[in-house]
Design a protein around this ligand. Sequence first.
Ligand SMILES: Nc1ncnc2c1ncn2[C@@H]1O[C@H](COP(=O)(O)OP(=O)(O)OP(=O)(O)O)[C@@H](O)[C@H]1O
Length: 342
Amino acid sequence: MIRPDPLKSESDEVTAMIEVQGLTKFYGAVSAIQDVTFHIDKGEVVGFLGPNGAGKSTTIRILTCYMPPTAGQARVDGLDCVDKSLEVRRRIGYLPENVPLYNEMTVRRFLRFVAQAKGVEARAMTREVDRVISVCGLERVKNRIIANLSKGYRQRVGLAQALINNPPVLILDEPTIGLDPTQIVEIRRLISDLREDHTILLSSHILPEVAQICQRVLILNKGRIVATDSPHALTAQLQKSAKIALTVQGDGERLARALEAMDGILTVQLETNGHSRITLETDRSRDLRPEIARKVVEEGLGLLELKSMDLSLEDIFMQLVTEESPAAEGEREASETAEEVQ
Ligand SMILES: Nc1ncnc2c1ncn2[C@@H]1O[C@H](COP(=O)(O)OP(=O)(O)OP(=O)(O)O)[C@@H](O)[C@H]1O
């Protein structure tokens, strides 16, 4: 298992925007999260990843001051989420999974209402509402009734309300859920643009989304942090063997057998479909590609492709969430959790 959170250095104390230490929450007898510890530095964009029921929403509810933890501490910009909840809320723009919008209001009216609730002064109101309308590309629909908007535009309104007062921290819970592919691309682009000026925690169980937007991921499983690092570093740490794919012209049967006998090759898979595609699992301490290319030539076959394949974030995620931790044993079957991951 990967080390849950690297030890903090002196400089982290200064730059950490979100700090979570030993966070634990019980709903009655149900344990939702246990001893969750992580920190997010100013300006970081971090993906919060986990299968259904992993405890993402619980952690977010504590961070956004909707409820206190059973044990442990959460701080935003150095302020405790229980003792300084008003100040913490002012620093967070929160896009919940189901955005509570007032359907009968126009977009502009609703945003003015939110601005008022967030304490924006009357003289700054129009400027602030116009700013978030512009950032979220809502000009075209600003005078429309919210009930008549598409799901994509409703989500933009949700993002716009989170941005009012320009909070330094954004917490976005499943921001693209229920959107069509075009709307997903648009919302992701919008979030990417926000990276410049905000610290972002993005909860999702859509892996490519997290890999695309976030520089670091926190992986939560069964209420515990099981890994935190960049997608790239996670790959490097978890990759126990290397994968090589090669495609040759014609029948690759003899080549596959020759490769099987080669030192450093662990497994060989052959698929024939006009050409032969061979997938090799190899010892990751050696680059066997030159030797493999030589074998192809010796067999008199035409080489069409020879490439190394990295583990995807999805492979890593599956590896982590299906690894049974002793603490979680008996709670649930790993396979049940894995099935729920998109
Ligand atoms: N109000 C509640 N009462 C009892 N148990 C709850 C409550 N809310 C969540 N749980 C349980 O706590 C655990 C963590 O749930 P949580 O909603 O935080 O997970 P999640 O990672 O956000 O999942 P999802 O992606 O499905 O929203 C689950 O076992 C869930 O059933």
